[in-house]
Design a protein around this ligand. Structure first.
Ligand SMILES: Nc1ncnc2c1ncn2[C@@H]1O[C@H](COP(=O)(O)OP(=O)(O)OP(=O)(O)O)[C@@H](O)[C@H]1O
Ligand SMILES: [Mg+2]
Length: 256
C-alpha cells in the first residue's frame, strides 16, 4: 500500500482537482483505492456525489471509539472508496494535539488498511499545521500542484525549507505545474526559469482548461465522461508518472 497526499500550503492551486482525477484513474486501472477528504470544504466528497459527514466525527475516529472503516463509503466507480469530509475537520489540530504522539496519528489510522487498499490518497486543506505534519509523517509522497506564478512558487520553497529542517522523516516531493495558461508570459517564463534551476518538477504539466472547471457542474472525474481532450490526456500522463514515481506495483492491476 502506498499513501499519497495532494498538498500545498497555498489554496486554490488544483489539489482537489488533481487527487480526484488520480483516484479515478488509479481505480480504473485496478488499484484498490481509498480517497480521504481531509478538507472541511468537502470538495472531493462533492465531486464524487457523497454527502459530507462522519458519524461521531473525528472525535470518534481519533478517540478510537469508532473505526475509520465505518466511515468509508463506496463511490460510483468500482474499486474506489471515499472517507467523506466532516465539519469536525475544522478542529483537526486540536484533536491531534490531545494525543501523546500527535505526529503519528494518521499513520496509525491508515496503516491497518495495508491489505485492503493498494493506494490511499489524501485531499488536504491548504495551510501548514499539526495536521500537515501528521500527513508528512504518514505519506510516501506529497503531490504538490504549483501554478507557475511568483506566490505559488514561493510556497513550494517554504515547504522545502520546512521539510529540510523538520525532525521527523520527510516524504518524497512530487511538485508539478498546474493551471498553465500558455498565453501568459509569466507562466511560460516561470516554468523555463525553474526548470533551469534543477527543481525536480514532474514532466507533466496540467493546462488551464475550462473543461476542468466544468467538473464542478458534472460532479464526476474528467476521464469518466468518455471524452478525449488535452486535459484528459494530461491527467492520464500525470497518473502514469506518479504511479511510476511512487513505485506502485503494476501486478495488482485488474486483480492479477
Ligand atoms: N487545470 C485547471 N484549469 C482550470 N481550472 C482549474 C484547473 N484546476 C483547478 N481548477 C479550478 O480552480 C479552482 C480551485 O481548484 P481546486 O479546488 O482543485 O484547488 P485546491 O488547491 O484544492 O483548493 P483549496 O485550497 O481551496 O482546497 C476550482 O474551481 C477548479 O475547478
Ligand atoms: Mg481542495
Amino acid at each position: 500500500m502506498k499513501i499519497l497526499a495532494s498538498y500545498n500550503i497555498k489554496g486554490g492551486v488544483g489539489k482537489t482537482t488533481c487527487i480526484v482525477n488520480l483516484a479515478y484513474l488509479a481505480a480504473r486501472d485496478g488499484y484498490r483505492t481509498l480517497l480521504w477528504d481531509l478538507d472541511p470544504q468537502g470538495a472531493a466528497s462533492f465531486y464524487f456525489r457523497i454527502q459530507p459527514g462522519i458519524k461521531g466525527g473525528l472525535k470518534g475516529i481519533f478517540g478510537r471509539t469508532r473505526p475509520l472503516s465505518a466511515a468509508i463509503k463506496a463511490t460510483d466507480y468500482p474499486g474506489l472508496d471515499l472517507v467523506p469530509a466532516d465539519p469536525s475537520l475544522r478542529y483537526l489540530d486540536l484533536r491531534l494535539s490531545g494525543h501523546n504522539k500527535p505526529l503519528k496519528q494518521f499513520w496509525k489510522l491508515i496503516r491497518p488498511f495495508d491489505s485492503e487498499y493498494d493506494l490511499v490518497l489524501l485531499d488536504c486543506a491548504p495551510g501548514i499545521s499539526l495536521a500537515s505534519e501528521n500527513i508528512f509523517y504518514a505519506v510516501d509522497a506529497l503531490l504538490v500542484p504549483v501554478i507557475p506564478t511568483t506566490l505559488s512558487v514561493r510556497t513550494l520553497h517554504q515547504l522545502k525549507q520546512y521539510l529540510a529542517q523538520a525532525d521527523s522523516k520527510s516524504p518524497a516531493l512530487l511538485p508539478f505545474f498546474s493551471m498553465l495558461d500558455h498565453r501568459k508570459r509569466l507562466h511560460r517564463e516561470t516554468i523555463n526559469t525553474l526548470s533551469g534551476q534543477g527543481h525536480r518538477f514532474l514532466q507533466t504539466i496540467i493546462p488551464s482548461a475550462s473543461q476542468i472547471e466544468w467538473m464542478g457542474v458534472r460532479r464526476a472525474p474528467l476521464g469518466s465522461y468518455g471524452i478525449q481532450s488535452m486535459a484528459v490526456m494530461a491527467f492520464e500522463k500525470l497518473w502514469e508518472e506518479v504511479r511510476d514515481r511512487i513505485g506502485l506495483e503494476v501486478g495488482v492491476q485488474n486483480g492479477n
